[in-house]
Design a protein around this ligand. Structure first.
Ligand SMILES: *Cc1c(COP(=O)(O)O)cnc(C)c1O
Length: 352
Protein backbone atom coordinates (compact mmCIF):
# COMPACT_ATOMS: atom_id res chain seq x y z
CA UNK A 1 0.00 0.00 0.00
CA UNK A 2 1.13 3.56 -0.66
CA UNK A 3 2.86 5.13 2.29
CA UNK A 4 2.62 8.62 0.82
CA UNK A 5 -0.72 10.36 0.74
CA UNK A 6 -1.83 10.85 -2.86
CA UNK A 7 -3.07 14.40 -3.34
CA UNK A 8 -5.11 14.96 -6.49
CA UNK A 9 -4.63 18.72 -6.18
CA UNK A 10 -0.95 18.26 -6.97
CA UNK A 11 -1.83 16.49 -10.20
CA UNK A 12 -4.64 18.56 -11.69
CA UNK A 13 -3.81 21.50 -14.00
CA UNK A 14 -3.99 24.97 -12.42
CA UNK A 15 -6.52 26.33 -14.92
CA UNK A 16 -8.79 23.31 -14.41
CA UNK A 17 -8.83 23.76 -10.63
CA UNK A 18 -10.55 27.12 -10.99
CA UNK A 19 -13.14 26.09 -13.57
CA UNK A 20 -16.81 25.78 -12.93
CA UNK A 21 -18.61 23.70 -15.55
CA UNK A 22 -20.92 25.18 -18.17
CA UNK A 23 -24.36 25.00 -16.71
CA UNK A 24 -26.80 23.88 -19.36
CA UNK A 25 -30.56 24.36 -19.18
CA UNK A 26 -31.03 20.61 -18.66
CA UNK A 27 -28.53 20.63 -15.78
CA UNK A 28 -30.71 22.95 -13.81
CA UNK A 29 -33.88 20.96 -14.06
CA UNK A 30 -34.07 17.28 -14.88
CA UNK A 31 -37.46 15.91 -15.79
CA UNK A 32 -38.82 13.52 -13.20
CA UNK A 33 -41.49 12.43 -15.62
CA UNK A 34 -44.05 14.85 -14.23
CA UNK A 35 -45.98 17.08 -16.56
CA UNK A 36 -43.63 20.06 -16.68
CA UNK A 37 -43.63 22.49 -19.57
CA UNK A 38 -40.07 22.86 -20.88
CA UNK A 39 -39.50 26.32 -22.30
CA UNK A 40 -35.93 26.63 -21.04
CA UNK A 41 -33.59 25.31 -23.73
CA UNK A 42 -34.84 26.76 -27.03
CA UNK A 43 -35.65 23.29 -28.30
CA UNK A 44 -38.23 22.62 -31.01
CA UNK A 45 -41.28 21.43 -29.03
CA UNK A 46 -42.54 19.01 -31.71
CA UNK A 47 -41.77 15.42 -30.86
CA UNK A 48 -39.19 13.57 -32.97
CA UNK A 49 -38.03 11.25 -30.22
CA UNK A 50 -34.83 13.28 -29.95
CA UNK A 51 -36.03 16.89 -29.99
CA UNK A 52 -34.93 17.38 -26.36
CA UNK A 53 -31.32 17.70 -25.21
CA UNK A 54 -29.98 14.51 -23.63
CA UNK A 55 -29.27 14.14 -19.91
CA UNK A 56 -25.76 15.65 -19.55
CA UNK A 57 -24.92 13.26 -16.70
CA UNK A 58 -26.56 10.17 -18.27
CA UNK A 59 -28.19 9.27 -14.96
CA UNK A 60 -30.26 6.27 -16.03
CA UNK A 61 -27.42 4.65 -17.92
CA UNK A 62 -24.99 5.28 -15.08
CA UNK A 63 -27.38 3.72 -12.57
CA UNK A 64 -27.54 0.56 -14.65
CA UNK A 65 -23.75 0.51 -15.02
CA UNK A 66 -23.23 1.23 -11.33
CA UNK A 67 -25.33 -1.79 -10.44
CA UNK A 68 -23.61 -4.01 -12.97
CA UNK A 69 -20.05 -2.97 -12.08
CA UNK A 70 -20.53 -2.53 -8.34
CA UNK A 71 -19.32 1.09 -8.36
CA UNK A 72 -21.31 4.14 -7.19
CA UNK A 73 -22.59 6.32 -10.06
CA UNK A 74 -20.51 9.26 -8.74
CA UNK A 75 -17.41 7.24 -9.61
CA UNK A 76 -18.39 6.85 -13.28
CA UNK A 77 -17.82 9.18 -16.23
CA UNK A 78 -19.12 8.38 -19.71
CA UNK A 79 -17.73 9.69 -22.96
CA UNK A 80 -18.03 9.63 -26.73
CA UNK A 81 -15.92 6.45 -26.89
CA UNK A 82 -12.89 5.73 -24.70
CA UNK A 83 -11.04 8.04 -27.01
CA UNK A 84 -12.93 11.03 -25.60
CA UNK A 85 -12.47 9.77 -22.05
CA UNK A 86 -8.70 9.46 -22.58
CA UNK A 87 -8.55 12.93 -24.13
CA UNK A 88 -10.39 14.41 -21.13
CA UNK A 89 -7.84 12.78 -18.82
CA UNK A 90 -5.01 14.46 -20.77
CA UNK A 91 -6.74 17.82 -20.71
CA UNK A 92 -7.49 17.69 -17.00
CA UNK A 93 -4.07 16.63 -15.76
CA UNK A 94 -1.34 17.39 -18.32
CA UNK A 95 0.02 20.90 -18.80
CA UNK A 96 1.05 21.20 -22.48
CA UNK A 97 4.82 21.44 -23.07
CA UNK A 98 5.53 20.87 -19.37
CA UNK A 99 4.10 17.56 -18.22
CA UNK A 100 4.77 14.11 -19.63
CA UNK A 101 3.03 10.73 -19.76
CA UNK A 102 4.40 7.18 -19.93
CA UNK A 103 3.19 4.56 -22.38
CA UNK A 104 4.44 1.05 -23.04
CA UNK A 105 4.78 0.01 -26.69
CA UNK A 106 3.72 -2.12 -28.39
CA UNK A 107 0.30 -0.88 -27.31
CA UNK A 108 -2.84 0.97 -28.35
CA UNK A 109 -1.90 3.85 -30.63
CA UNK A 110 -4.27 6.44 -29.20
CA UNK A 111 -2.15 7.26 -26.13
CA UNK A 112 0.60 8.58 -28.38
CA UNK A 113 -1.83 10.34 -30.73
CA UNK A 114 -3.58 12.07 -27.83
CA UNK A 115 -0.25 13.08 -26.29
CA UNK A 116 0.65 14.68 -29.62
CA UNK A 117 -2.67 16.50 -29.94
CA UNK A 118 -2.36 17.82 -26.40
CA UNK A 119 1.30 18.78 -26.88
CA UNK A 120 2.38 16.55 -24.01
CA UNK A 121 5.60 14.54 -24.10
CA UNK A 122 5.02 10.79 -24.46
CA UNK A 123 7.82 8.78 -22.83
CA UNK A 124 7.89 5.28 -24.21
CA UNK A 125 9.21 2.36 -22.20
CA UNK A 126 9.11 -0.87 -24.20
CA UNK A 127 7.40 -3.92 -22.77
CA UNK A 128 9.73 -6.80 -21.92
CA UNK A 129 10.07 -9.76 -24.30
CA UNK A 130 7.30 -11.42 -22.30
CA UNK A 131 5.12 -8.36 -23.09
CA UNK A 132 5.10 -7.30 -19.43
CA UNK A 133 5.68 -3.77 -18.09
CA UNK A 134 9.36 -3.07 -17.43
CA UNK A 135 8.73 -1.76 -13.92
CA UNK A 136 12.31 -0.72 -13.29
CA UNK A 137 12.57 1.05 -16.66
CA UNK A 138 9.27 2.85 -16.07
CA UNK A 139 10.31 4.15 -12.66
CA UNK A 140 13.62 5.29 -14.20
CA UNK A 141 11.81 7.22 -16.95
CA UNK A 142 9.55 9.04 -14.51
CA UNK A 143 10.18 12.53 -13.14
CA UNK A 144 8.08 14.94 -11.11
CA UNK A 145 6.23 16.06 -14.27
CA UNK A 146 5.05 12.54 -15.10
CA UNK A 147 1.29 12.75 -14.71
CA UNK A 148 -0.12 9.64 -16.38
CA UNK A 149 0.95 6.05 -16.91
CA UNK A 150 -1.04 4.02 -19.45
CA UNK A 151 -1.37 0.29 -18.83
CA UNK A 152 -3.44 -1.51 -21.44
CA UNK A 153 -4.47 -4.83 -19.94
CA UNK A 154 -5.34 -7.05 -21.76
CA UNK A 155 -2.92 -5.29 -24.10
CA UNK A 156 -3.61 -4.46 -27.73
CA UNK A 157 -1.98 -5.84 -29.93
CA UNK A 158 -0.22 -8.50 -27.83
CA UNK A 159 -3.40 -9.91 -26.23
CA UNK A 160 -1.95 -10.67 -22.78
CA UNK A 161 -2.99 -9.31 -19.39
CA UNK A 162 -0.20 -7.78 -17.36
CA UNK A 163 0.81 -9.57 -14.15
CA UNK A 164 -1.09 -8.20 -11.19
CA UNK A 165 2.07 -7.91 -9.13
CA UNK A 166 3.65 -5.52 -11.66
CA UNK A 167 0.51 -3.39 -11.87
CA UNK A 168 0.27 -3.28 -8.08
CA UNK A 169 3.89 -2.16 -7.81
CA UNK A 170 3.29 0.62 -10.35
CA UNK A 171 0.13 1.76 -8.55
CA UNK A 172 2.15 2.01 -5.38
CA UNK A 173 5.34 3.58 -6.73
CA UNK A 174 4.21 5.85 -9.58
CA UNK A 175 3.36 9.32 -8.32
CA UNK A 176 0.85 10.24 -10.99
CA UNK A 177 -2.38 8.64 -12.16
CA UNK A 178 -2.31 5.06 -13.45
CA UNK A 179 -4.79 4.58 -16.29
CA UNK A 180 -5.65 0.92 -16.84
CA UNK A 181 -7.34 0.50 -20.22
CA UNK A 182 -9.63 -2.51 -19.91
CA UNK A 183 -11.19 -2.39 -23.38
CA UNK A 184 -10.88 -6.20 -23.61
CA UNK A 185 -11.57 -7.16 -19.99
CA UNK A 186 -14.81 -9.01 -20.83
CA UNK A 187 -12.83 -11.57 -22.84
CA UNK A 188 -10.45 -12.26 -19.97
CA UNK A 189 -10.64 -14.46 -16.89
CA UNK A 190 -8.72 -11.88 -14.91
CA UNK A 191 -10.79 -9.74 -12.54
CA UNK A 192 -11.22 -6.06 -13.38
CA UNK A 193 -9.16 -3.53 -11.43
CA UNK A 194 -12.48 -1.82 -10.65
CA UNK A 195 -12.50 -3.95 -7.51
CA UNK A 196 -9.33 -2.14 -6.35
CA UNK A 197 -10.60 1.43 -6.74
CA UNK A 198 -11.03 1.92 -3.01
CA UNK A 199 -7.42 0.91 -2.35
CA UNK A 200 -5.79 3.22 -4.91
CA UNK A 201 -6.80 6.90 -5.16
CA UNK A 202 -4.49 7.27 -8.19
CA UNK A 203 -6.25 4.55 -10.23
CA UNK A 204 -8.36 5.29 -13.32
CA UNK A 205 -9.97 2.46 -15.29
CA UNK A 206 -11.37 2.83 -18.78
CA UNK A 207 -13.68 0.39 -20.52
CA UNK A 208 -15.79 0.60 -23.67
CA UNK A 209 -18.95 -0.74 -25.28
CA UNK A 210 -17.03 -1.04 -28.57
CA UNK A 211 -15.69 -4.57 -28.15
CA UNK A 212 -17.49 -7.26 -26.10
CA UNK A 213 -20.72 -5.24 -26.02
CA UNK A 214 -20.84 -5.04 -29.81
CA UNK A 215 -21.59 -1.32 -29.96
CA UNK A 216 -18.58 0.31 -31.61
CA UNK A 217 -20.97 2.37 -33.74
CA UNK A 218 -22.68 4.22 -30.90
CA UNK A 219 -19.41 5.45 -29.31
CA UNK A 220 -19.61 4.89 -25.58
CA UNK A 221 -16.55 4.90 -23.36
CA UNK A 222 -16.60 4.26 -19.61
CA UNK A 223 -14.33 5.65 -16.95
CA UNK A 224 -14.15 4.59 -13.30
CA UNK A 225 -12.14 6.47 -10.69
CA UNK A 226 -12.39 8.19 -7.32
CA UNK A 227 -15.18 10.74 -6.87
CA UNK A 228 -12.56 13.52 -6.92
CA UNK A 229 -11.11 12.46 -10.26
CA UNK A 230 -14.56 11.98 -11.80
CA UNK A 231 -15.59 15.40 -10.45
CA UNK A 232 -12.64 17.03 -12.21
CA UNK A 233 -13.39 15.27 -15.51
CA UNK A 234 -17.05 16.28 -15.24
CA UNK A 235 -15.98 19.92 -15.00
CA UNK A 236 -14.27 19.86 -18.38
CA UNK A 237 -16.42 17.50 -20.43
CA UNK A 238 -18.67 18.97 -23.12
CA UNK A 239 -22.16 19.16 -21.58
CA UNK A 240 -23.87 16.85 -24.09
CA UNK A 241 -20.97 14.55 -24.95
CA UNK A 242 -23.10 11.38 -24.98
CA UNK A 243 -26.06 11.77 -27.32
CA UNK A 244 -29.59 10.56 -26.64
CA UNK A 245 -29.56 7.70 -29.15
CA UNK A 246 -26.34 6.36 -27.66
CA UNK A 247 -27.73 6.57 -24.13
CA UNK A 248 -30.85 4.65 -25.17
CA UNK A 249 -29.07 1.91 -27.11
CA UNK A 250 -26.40 1.49 -24.46
CA UNK A 251 -28.99 1.12 -21.71
CA UNK A 252 -30.89 -1.55 -23.65
CA UNK A 253 -27.68 -3.47 -24.25
CA UNK A 254 -26.39 -3.22 -20.69
CA UNK A 255 -29.73 -4.55 -19.47
CA UNK A 256 -29.49 -7.48 -21.90
CA UNK A 257 -26.42 -9.03 -20.32
CA UNK A 258 -27.40 -12.55 -21.40
CA UNK A 259 -27.07 -11.67 -25.06
CA UNK A 260 -23.65 -10.13 -24.46
CA UNK A 261 -22.50 -13.15 -22.45
CA UNK A 262 -23.62 -15.53 -25.17
CA UNK A 263 -21.71 -13.63 -27.86
CA UNK A 264 -18.59 -13.45 -25.70
CA UNK A 265 -18.82 -17.20 -25.08
CA UNK A 266 -19.04 -17.86 -28.83
CA UNK A 267 -16.12 -15.56 -29.53
CA UNK A 268 -14.00 -17.33 -26.91
CA UNK A 269 -14.82 -20.73 -28.45
CA UNK A 270 -13.92 -19.39 -31.85
CA UNK A 271 -10.68 -17.95 -30.49
CA UNK A 272 -9.74 -21.44 -29.34
CA UNK A 273 -10.64 -22.90 -32.72
CA UNK A 274 -8.63 -20.24 -34.55
CA UNK A 275 -5.69 -20.78 -32.24
CA UNK A 276 -5.60 -24.47 -33.14
CA UNK A 277 -6.01 -23.79 -36.84
CA UNK A 278 -3.15 -21.29 -36.86
CA UNK A 279 -0.97 -23.94 -35.23
CA UNK A 280 -1.41 -26.11 -38.32
CA UNK A 281 -0.03 -23.45 -40.67
CA UNK A 282 3.66 -23.97 -41.29
CA UNK A 283 4.33 -20.28 -41.99
CA UNK A 284 3.07 -19.42 -38.51
CA UNK A 285 6.07 -19.39 -36.21
CA UNK A 286 4.54 -18.36 -32.92
CA UNK A 287 1.06 -17.71 -31.59
CA UNK A 288 0.79 -15.58 -28.48
CA UNK A 289 -1.80 -16.49 -25.82
CA UNK A 290 -4.74 -14.09 -25.83
CA UNK A 291 -7.06 -12.70 -23.17
CA UNK A 292 -8.83 -10.63 -25.83
CA UNK A 293 -10.95 -11.11 -28.99
CA UNK A 294 -7.92 -11.21 -31.26
CA UNK A 295 -4.79 -13.30 -31.71
CA UNK A 296 -1.29 -12.04 -32.44
CA UNK A 297 0.85 -14.44 -34.43
CA UNK A 298 4.38 -14.26 -35.74
CA UNK A 299 4.78 -15.51 -39.31
CA UNK A 300 7.58 -15.96 -41.85
CA UNK A 301 6.82 -12.75 -43.77
CA UNK A 302 4.00 -10.62 -42.37
CA UNK A 303 3.66 -8.18 -45.26
CA UNK A 304 3.57 -10.95 -47.83
CA UNK A 305 0.96 -12.94 -45.87
CA UNK A 306 -1.07 -9.80 -45.20
CA UNK A 307 -1.22 -9.00 -48.93
CA UNK A 308 -2.09 -12.58 -49.83
CA UNK A 309 -5.00 -12.55 -47.42
CA UNK A 310 -6.15 -9.21 -48.80
CA UNK A 311 -6.30 -10.68 -52.27
CA UNK A 312 -8.47 -13.45 -50.80
CA UNK A 313 -10.82 -10.75 -49.51
CA UNK A 314 -9.73 -10.94 -45.87
CA UNK A 315 -8.52 -7.89 -43.96
CA UNK A 316 -6.39 -8.39 -40.87
CA UNK A 317 -3.91 -6.06 -39.16
CA UNK A 318 -0.22 -6.10 -40.04
CA UNK A 319 1.67 -5.10 -36.89
CA UNK A 320 5.17 -5.71 -38.23
CA UNK A 321 6.33 -2.11 -37.79
CA UNK A 322 5.50 -2.13 -34.07
CA UNK A 323 8.39 -2.76 -31.68
CA UNK A 324 8.65 -6.42 -30.57
CA UNK A 325 6.07 -7.29 -33.26
CA UNK A 326 8.33 -7.98 -36.22
CA UNK A 327 6.47 -10.12 -38.75
CA UNK A 328 3.42 -10.25 -36.54
CA UNK A 329 -0.18 -10.24 -37.67
CA UNK A 330 -3.25 -9.51 -35.57
CA UNK A 331 -6.38 -11.54 -36.31
CA UNK A 332 -9.69 -10.38 -34.87
CA UNK A 333 -11.93 -13.34 -34.00
CA UNK A 334 -15.01 -13.22 -36.24
CA UNK A 335 -18.11 -15.38 -36.53
CA UNK A 336 -17.63 -19.10 -37.14
CA UNK A 337 -18.36 -18.56 -40.83
CA UNK A 338 -15.85 -15.72 -41.10
CA UNK A 339 -13.17 -17.67 -39.28
CA UNK A 340 -13.70 -20.68 -41.55
CA UNK A 341 -13.20 -18.40 -44.55
CA UNK A 342 -9.99 -17.14 -42.97
CA UNK A 343 -8.71 -20.67 -42.39
CA UNK A 344 -9.53 -21.70 -45.97
CA UNK A 345 -7.64 -18.66 -47.22
CA UNK A 346 -4.67 -19.43 -44.96
CA UNK A 347 -4.56 -22.99 -46.30
CA UNK A 348 -4.70 -21.69 -49.84
CA UNK A 349 -1.78 -19.31 -49.41
CA UNK A 350 0.47 -21.78 -47.59
CA UNK A 351 2.33 -22.76 -50.73
CA UNK A 352 1.86 -19.52 -52.61
C1 LIG B 1 -10.63 -0.71 -29.26
C2 LIG B 1 -9.94 -0.10 -28.10
C3 LIG B 1 -10.53 0.92 -27.38
C4 LIG B 1 -11.90 1.41 -27.75
O1 LIG B 1 -11.98 2.74 -27.96
P1 LIG B 1 -13.43 3.38 -28.20
O2 LIG B 1 -13.09 4.81 -28.45
O3 LIG B 1 -14.20 3.19 -26.91
O4 LIG B 1 -14.07 2.69 -29.34
C5 LIG B 1 -9.88 1.43 -26.28
N1 LIG B 1 -8.69 0.94 -25.90
C6 LIG B 1 -8.11 -0.06 -26.56
C7 LIG B 1 -6.82 -0.60 -26.09
C8 LIG B 1 -8.70 -0.60 -27.69
O5 LIG B 1 -8.09 -1.58 -28.38
Amino acid sequence: MKTKIFNINEIVRENVKGLSPYSSARDEYISDGSKMVFLDANENPYETGVNRYPDPLQRRLKEALAEKKGVPAQQILLGNGSDEVLDLIFRAFCEPKEDNVISLPPTYGMYKVLAGINNVENREVLLTKEFEPNVHGILEAVDDRSKLLFLCSPNNPTGNSFSRGFIKKLLEDFNGLVVIDEAYIDFSNEPSWINELKNYPNLIITQTLSKAYGMAGIRLGLCFASEEVIGILNKIKPPYNVNELTQQRALERVLDQEAVDMEVKNILEQREMLYKALHQMDFVEKIYPSDANFILAKVDDATKRYNQLLSEGIVIRNRTTQPLCENSLRFTVGTQEENEKLIKALQKIINA
